[in-house]
Design a protein around this ligand. Structure first.
Ligand SMILES: *Cc1c(COP(=O)(O)O)cnc(C)c1O
Length: 407
């Protein structure tokens, strides 16, 4: 197996860093980006080789991933996540002659797409000989880290704000993560982790503070291209927190173009947030390069409750370069849209995924899109991890049953 990584580079200054060594972020405090020798890769690996791969899930894209030795790949049985058309909800959502297709990331190990990023981060941690990983998390990242790290025989410390959904803290604990509730926000959990680096030798796998989660999330973009016959959709709606996925996909499309594996217009990248935490939308509307901290962040869509993102400028750059936009929706609209899609299409979206559908509707209404495009929405986790409607209707077996009430 050949590793095609040439080096890492600072996303701001372009300063190069050596591959094969332990890195966090660059010396100016910005994310490090993994670079590949695409010329050599392109001459030795073809699209056909990828199509013929029998590796599970995203590991079929190994030539475009940083892990050098197959034995370091940590796998829990990843799958290619399906594309699911929402035909019965199309009219409700405002689709015209186009189509709306969900990429359903809920099928991945630990029930969310965090498996992609943390699967890669843990594999690289194993390869680089790290022993103890630590993460601040609102939920899904903690459980994915715990699961992959336990499988690799590495220790994990997971710090969660004490309003993190219980299901996430419980699944993290159940999968071997040493899990703590912190009476503070995610940023404050991050400060404790930063101190622990010095004190107890933790290695932080916080969003964009290590280089490999982007590489894992990048596989969403490669996978989508392959699934669509090496073409891309016109619109991508992405529920944006730290933005790893949006940044990663944009990187994937650039690499695929450079390799000559795709030759099509780029999709418009649409960053979706909640009204209760929309720093990227505010920055996009103001034409700012960086986003300001969002005070009192609050939303049911806990995966996108990220008041400050280290990669804000990379998110905004991808959105702008692609001719996309950033848009926020209310929690009421998120929950109402999830209910409609559940009823009409039998598809249970997580709130973050439902936010993309609500944003699609809003964008059609305001004329940002026409409804005649092909749009991909990302359902980033299973809806089963979130509150669902309570069943209150009853049948009493001892009474005469009024069959008129069944319809
Ligand atoms: C983490 C998360 C997001 C946000 O992902 P980023 O790539 O960090 O922006 C969206 N949805 C869910 C369910 C998440 O867990």
């Amino acid at each position: 197996m050949t590793c095609y990584v040439s080096h890492l580079e600072c996303s701001v200054t372009g300063k190069k860093y050596k591959a094969g060594e332990v890195h966090t972020f660059s010396e100016v405090g910005k994310p490090l980006i993994v670079r590949y020798d695409l010329e050599r890769l392109g001459s030795e690996v073809s699209r056909k080789d990828i199509e013929n791969s029998t590796e599970p899930g995203f590991w079929r894209y190994s030539p475009l991933l940083p892990v050098s030795h197959e034995s370091n790949r940590v796998s829990l049985g990843e799958v290619i996540t399906p594309l699911i058309r929402l035909d019965s909800s199309a009219e409700y959502l405002g689709v015209g002659s186009g189509s709306i297709i969900v990429k359903d990331e809920s099928r991945l190990p630990t029930g969310s797409f965090k498996a992609r990023g943390l699967g890669l981060a843990v594999s690289m941690a194993k390869e680089l000989g790290l022993k103890h990983l630590a993460i601040p998390t609102n939920g899904n990242a903690g459980s994915a880290l715990a699961a992959y790290a336990s499988r690799a025989g590495l220790s994990t410390t997971v710090l969660c704000p004490d309003n993190t959904p219980e299901i996430n803290t419980q699944e993290t604990l159940a999968q071997g993560g040493d899990t703590y509730l912190v009476n503070g926000l995610i940023g404050e959990c991050g400060h404790i982790i930063a101190d622990g680096i010095e004190e107890v030798g933790w290695f932080p796998v916080s969003t964009l503070k290590e280089p490999y989660r982007i590489e894992g999330k990048k596989t969403m973009g490669i996978e989508l291209a392959e699934q669509m016959g090496w073409k891309l959709p016109e619109l991508i709606f992405y529920p944006t927190g730290g933005g790893t996925g949006l940044i990663g996909m944009w990187k994937a499309f650039a690499e695929l173009t450079e390799l000559g594996w795709i030759d099509c217009p780029m999709p418009r990248m649409i960053a979706v947030q909640s009204d209760g935490c929309a720093p990227m939308v505010k920055a996009w509307e103001e034409g700012a390069e960086y986003a300001e901290f969002w005070e009192n962040a609050e939303t049911e869509a806990s995966g996108i409750r990220v008041p400050s993102a280290l990669g804000d400028f990379l998110i905004l750059k991808a959105v702008r370069e692609s001719g996309g936009f950033a848009i926020s929706v209310s929690d009421d609209d998120i929950l109402a849209t999830a209910a409609e899609i559940g009823h009409r299409d039998g598809f249970l979206m997580c709130p973050e995924g439902a936010a993309t559908a609500a944003a699609y509707m809003s964008a059609v209404n305001s004329g940002l899109i026409t409804g005649d495009e092909t749009a991909i929405l990302f359902n980033t986790a299973t809806g089963l991890k979130y509150p669902m409607p309570e069943v209150t209707s009853r049948v009493d077996k001892n009474e005469d049953i009024d069959f008129g009430k069944f319809f």
